[in-house]
Design a protein. Structure first.
Length: 269
């Protein structure tokens, strides 16, 4: 009683019966991801060209370049906001720490999203994120501005659709909310990590639908990961689109992107 029955595996090794359901689940997950990764890109759909993708490597030199640059001039905010920063796919909130510090220099209160590394949407992490936004809304007595980088912007848009009473504004940065979801250079990695098609994230009904709050899309023609058309969006999918000149990774740290976010925080629509 209470013991797990041992069985003999091929080769004479000992195992136990409860291992097999778990192993079967792992094998099924591997097969699902392999099938998703091997799917062809639709005809006529492409991500940014290879030279743009290679240009993203410049992000690794940013900490060195930042030392030699003069500090960004920050004007104190007339009306400081509560801001949540949502990181991009496969990135940690620490990647947005520089932006957070600059927003705080302006007087804004910056909050992390609270989920650590962004490994894609699930019903569980979306529920936890929704709970956190509602808690911040109650605690501070005002609506939260959501600033989402890449996939973080998709989270932000969906949060605003679900709980607009807690969200003041959404600012997306290089986020793929428009056009074909495979018009980027990361969809196969997304399939591998998440195990679901990029066209069918479990938290989204209509990714292109505009949230019922002011929604601004920051995009760049120099983006090496997400198609600029996907992150710019069409009329009716966002309220405004603002073109920058940074790389995709640069949305998280460039002076240009930080200045654009600060301007949107000051812009009452």
């Amino acid at each position: 009683m209470g013991q797990i029955a041992e069985i003999r595996e091929p080769g004479g090794r000992r195992g136990n019966a409860v291992d097999f359901p778990q192993r079967a689940a792992w094998l099924e997950a591997i097969r699902t991801r392999a099938a998703l990764v091997s799917e062809p890109r639709p005809e006529g759909v492409s991500g940014p060209p290879i030279h743009r993708l290679l240009g993203e490597l410049g992000a690794f030199a940013e900490p060195i370049r930042r030392v030699s640059r003069p500090p960004l001039e920050i004007v104190p905010a007339a009306e400081p906001k509560i801001v949540m920063l949502l990181p991009g796919f496969a990135t940690h909130p620490v990647r947005m720490r520089h932006m957070a510090r600059q927003l705080e220099r302006a007087g804004h209160t910056v909050k992390r999203w609270g989920l650590g590394l962004n490994l894609g949407p699930t019903t569980e992490n979306f529920a936890a994120l929704t709970k956190r936004v509602l808690a911040l809304h109650r605690r501070h007595g005002e609506k939260i501005v959501l600033v989402g980088w890449s996939l973080g912007g998709v989270f932000a848009r969906e949060l605003a659709k679900c709980r607009p009473e807690a969200v003041a504004k959404v600012v997306t940065m290089g986020s793929p909310f428009s056009g074909n979801p495979r018009a980027n250079n990361a969809w196969r990695i997304y399939h591998l990590v998440t195990g679901h098609p990029v066209e069918a994230p479990p938290i989204v009904d209509d990714i292109t639908a505009k949230p019922p709050v002011p929604t601004v899309a920051l995009w760049s023609p120099r983006d090496g990961i997400v198609s600029p058309r996907s992150s710019c969006g069409r009329k009716g999918e966002r309220d405004r689109a603002v073109a920058l000149r940074c790389s995709h990774l640069g949305f998280a740290y460039s002076d240009e992107a930080i200045s654009a976010v600060l301007q949107e925080l000051d812009n009452t629509e």
